[in-house]
Design a protein around this ligand. Structure first.
Ligand code: SF4
Length: 172
């Protein structure tokens, strides 16, 4: 009788081991398929770009609710600027019309200041002085600066290094 019990218990143990290994295999397969699906989705350009914008959200929120964000005058100005540019850059043709209206000229000097307004963008790499997602950078980066106020915002961050862009007209 006791031998039978011991055999039963051995059988149960090996059954539960097999089940747990099957579960772990299923879990592993599930994770792998999710990873593959994520990778495939990131092959789609607009999803990749949207994802790069989302990646900037945690450092943005962190600074917004810090003493350098909503609690300071400079912070509030820069936050307003971020929202203004984020909204305008949703309509690139409007952004380009505004640039033209204010008489934009010059070119980017790659000083990296626009990547450090309010917070340092997680895609910016100081060591190589490069944007890690340059080909897929968001519109807000592609259209910078849109109005003279954007240069003013930028100069709050880096007053000593002039921007390569200038506007003929001043904003009100
Ligand atoms: S251009 Fe600058 S701000 Fe834009 S994604 Fe690249 S590093 Fe970030």
């Amino acid at each position: 009788m006791s031998k039978n019990n011991s055999l039963d218990s051995q059988n149960n143990n090996s059954k539960s081991k097999t089940e747990s290994s099957q579960n772990s295999n299923r879990w592993h397969l599930g994770c792998t398929s999710l990873q593959r699906m994520g990778k495939n989705l990131l092959e789609i350009r607009w999803i990749r770009r949207t994802w790069h914008v989302w990646e900037r959200t945690p450092p943005f929120l962190k600074i917004v609710f810090s003493k350098d964000g909503l609690l300071s005058f400079k912070g509030r100005t820069l936050i307003r600027g971020k929202f203004r540019r984020a909204f305008l850059s949703l309509f690139p043709s409007v952004a380009h019309k505004l640039q033209k209206h204010y008489g934009i000229s010059g070119e980017c000097q790659h000083c990296s200041t626009s990547c450090k307004i309010l917070f340092q963008c997680p895609h910016w790499d100081d060591a190589s002085s490069r944007c890690g997602v340059y080909e897929d950078r968001p519109n807000i980066c592609r259209t910078f600066p849109i109005t003279p106020q954007d240069i003013k915002d930028r100069n709050l961050v880096s007053p000593d290094k002039p921007c390569g862009f200038i506007f003929k007209k001043k904003s009100k």
